[in-house]
Design a binder for this molecule. Sequence first.
Ligand SMILES: C[S@@+](CC[C@H](N)C(=O)[O-])C[C@H]1O[C@@H](n2cnc3c(N)ncnc32)[C@H](O)[C@@H]1O
Length: 383
Amino acid sequence: MEIYDELLRWAEDRGIELHGVAPRPILGRGMGMVATKPIKANERILLVPTSALRSLDTVRAKVKTRLPKDTKAHAILAADLALDNPTSKNYRPWNAVVPSRESISSSLPLAWDTRLHPYLPKPAQALLRAQQSKFARDWAAVQQSSLDTTITRQDFQHAWLLVNTRTFYHETARTARLPKDDRMVLQPVADLFNHAADDGCEVAFSPASFTITADRAYTAGDEVCICYGSHPNDFLLAEYGFVLSRNRWDEACLDDAVVPELSPAQRGLLEARGFLGGYVLDAGTVCYRTQVALRLLCCASSSSSVREWEALVDEGEDGGEGLQGEVDGLLVNILKKYRGVVQATITELETLEVGEAGQREMLRTRWHQIGVLIDRTIERLGS
Ligand SMILES: C[S@@+](CC[C@H](N)C(=O)[O-])C[C@H]1O[C@@H](n2cnc3c(N)ncnc32)[C@H](O)[C@@H]1O
């Protein structure tokens, strides 16, 4: 814990105030913030003055000026981190506590063996593709620059993923002019808070500081979390490298269940109206897009006509309870079939030898969660 004591001394010198919380190791989550005394609801537990943020304003001039003019904030911050001497006096205590290259590449799919990528659920794959293209753009910017060429792709990827998992949204009069995803800053110490399964503490910023305020009372020893956003587990997996066991925002993508059931003509009708794909269910509901696709499928097999389907899409006419019963029955059959695909993926992951055991375990856990969401819906609609 010596490195954390040093971090806290370093933080204090920079005006960072912690009230009743301190960094501690948390099983399965690296470090986290834990209450060291009882904390009351609405008590301020952290203040980080703007001067202590690591932002475009603190990036060394030699880094900023040597990168191409249109380089994104993510790449500039990552290049600054990657080129920072680990013992540099400005950030040594912070550099010493951020997750190692090994831990980052074990947890984040971008750094996994690419043969594991097809086993990610579809929404996570889409996020991963977006990350891959941003990373390729940012790495190209570094390669085109006149920066120190000893920086390797692996060094840059580690720094890039640290930025991806540890930055906070921050707006100043100057950054307000930048695109939204360029308004990001690193916050030493605040970046040790893990993501809450419930609401988490309130994060706020003003021109002077960032503050974190307790959302409820905590007793000494409780982990104190913030909320990274109302994200489903596929998002958390792709962007942060973990899934929550209880996540009220979780949902399962049904595209691979529903789209194969559609004829080319039905896909065309749905596409023309912007309803092809993006089908999801959560613990209690099946999304409207899925309902629209299923109703179209019902037209082929029942008394309802494409005209009635158009009335649903264009005028919101729902066709009444009878049609809803038909739609639910069709969905249950589709889900039962897809449940077999989910189970086959879990079984395949059990015998696969690609990547690390922990990464395969993470994927199995995720597919199991998807299976549970599907089972619950089958039970709810089938009864
Ligand atoms: C901003 S950092 C939080 C501090 C981090 N745990 C550490 O050791 O430095 C975000 C990273 O913490 C981990 N993390 C955050 N919340 C988590 C949670 N609820 N469960 C598991 N890991 C979590 C993930 O690795 C994530 O990418």
